[in-house]
Design a protein. Sequence first.
Length: 265
Amino acid sequence: MLPHADDAISRDGKSLILAYDHGLEHGPVDFDPNPETSDPERLFELATHDAVTALAVQKGIAEAYYPDYEDDVNLLLKLNGTSNLWMGEPDSPVNCSAEYAADLGADAVGFTLYGGSNCEVEMAEEFKAAHEGAREHDMGVVMWSYPRGQGVKNDTSTETISYAARLGLELGADVVKVKYPGSAEAMGEAVRMAGPTKVVMSGGTMRDDEAFLRNVADAIDAGATGLAVGRNVFQRDDPERILDALEAVVFEEVEPDEALAIADD
């Protein structure tokens, strides 16, 4: 990783990445709780919120919507992704190059790696090409590090999440996104294993405000530098409210209950 390579998608060293690759990865079902968010325009509007340091999308959405928001939104372009219709061993086909991302005006690229999958070797080679292409264009690199497949027994154990974070360091990511391993202590071990690579927590499935913000606060206390979150924002009836609270928790390190009070003020 290069010092400050992630500056374009961070603020004061911390990141709140609004992820919106769910239409490809999960399908329309993720928009059911808040149907208006099936319209990418709504997510680009949310990404202009002061809390959001980058919006992660696939290239089709970037092509269609980013030109109207390039002055207000930092673009993190996902270079690979697979549909939930795929039933084979975990894999994520490359659908965009770093060079193409640079042409679209991206500030950084994102790449999913499934360590432990039978497809890991191929994916690591594809990450190499993405990583080196991004470096040629001075773009940051974010790894979605999600161990899964036949080689993984428990994808949220302390050991597995620490290994996931370490993959980010070993392969050169500037930021590595990992699942929350269940405790601040376990997250702290993942942060330690990542060394200078910054660790951000995956937002995961939607849960109640207090529980979600507590996980985020614990991750920050453990040394994580933020989170990459989708459903826990856009599936809510009032996404702006949770972004207000997240801004307080991530950037000001305010306790969750106080952050919610700020959001409700």
